[in-house]
Design a protein around this ligand. Structure first.
Ligand SMILES: C[S@@+](CC[C@H](N)C(=O)[O-])C[C@H]1O[C@@H](n2cnc3c(N)ncnc32)[C@H](O)[C@@H]1O
Ligand SMILES: Nc1nc2[nH]cc(C(=O)O)c2c(=O)[nH]1
Ligand code: SF4
Ligand SMILES: [Mg+2]
Length: 220
């Protein structure tokens, strides 16, 4: 007997929406976002606090079908902290099985080793200005491949100095793409761009494109 499609593990979901990918090397691609509810971190500058609670329970099949209904091949699983829900791993595999090109946005505080290798993992390293630097799971670095990306979000010049030191210490530029992104309204993007060029950093400068297009609107 086959189980109904709504059986099995359920995930707490804040929203599923179509937009333009605003971050990572996939920037600009039409993408469906699946935002999982809840996060064990509290980054001082988090722009998605509305995902800390609430949401609705959905089965993996329901999420997959809701994604498919948008008719877009790129999917970004984000949050909140997606890996804080155990069933996220099964969701990522199910989305890959369904033929989507899948990326995952994750804080870097949880183990990324069991994520399906077809998924591009966009992993933050939390800088001191986030207030969560102690949560970085440094063991994760060993699991990253050229298919993944590291993102460091910078609140100020001290965060930039920290990022520069970590890039050198861990040879981050040789592992995968390293994205440096300013906290909007906190660090002047032009200054960050100039520091990167001055220091010849092996990184990719990033602005959150969706905020340029839609400001801080929810579901964009
Ligand atoms: C909302 S988080 C969700 C995924 C996961 N919890 C994480 O931190 O990667 C998605 C991405 O948005 C970034 N982000 C959140 N608030 C930001 C802000 N104010 N400025 C720039 N990036 C921000 C995070 O650093 C992360 O890379
Ligand atoms: N357009 C758009 N692109 C994004 N890329 C990563 C996002 C996220 O919140 O993780 C995000 C988001 O919230 N909106
Ligand atoms: S880990 Fe991600 S969702 Fe959680 S507080 Fe930090 S930026 Fe926000
Ligand atoms: Mg966002």
């Amino acid at each position: 007997m086959t189980l109904p499609e709504t059986a099995g593990p359920r995930l707490r979901i804040t929203e599923i929406f179509a937009s333009i990918q605003g971050e990572s090397t996939r920037v600009g691609l039409p993408t469906v976002f699946v935002r999982l509810t809840g996060c064990p971190l509290r980054c001082s500058w988090c722009d998605t606090e509305y995902a800390f609670q609430g949401g609705e329970n959905r089965s993996i099949a329901e999420v997959r079908d809701a994604v498919a209904a948008h008719g877009i091949r790129h999917v970004c699983v984000t949050g909140g902290e997606p890996l804080a829900q155990k069933s996220c791993l099964a969701l990522l595999a199910a989305l890959c099985d369904a033929g989507f090109s899948v990326s995952l946005e994750t804080s870097g505080a949880l183990d990324i080793a069991a994520v399906d290798p077809r998924v591009s993992r966009i992993m933050d390293l939390k800088a001191p200005g986030s207030g969560e630097v102690s949560r970085n799971r440094w063991e994760n670095l060993a699991h990253l491949t050229a298919h993944d990306e590291i993102k460091i979000v910078l609140a100020d010049e001290a965060d930039y100095a920290w990022a520069k030191a970590q890039i050198a210490l861990h040879g981050l530029g040789g592992r995968c793409t390293v994205l440096l992104s300013p906290v909007q309204g906190s660090l002047d993007p032009t200054l960050l761009a100039e520091w990167i060029v001055r220091d010849r950093l092996p990184v990719r400068f990033q602005l959150q494109l969706h905020k340029i297009l839609w400001n801080d609107a929810r579901g964009r």
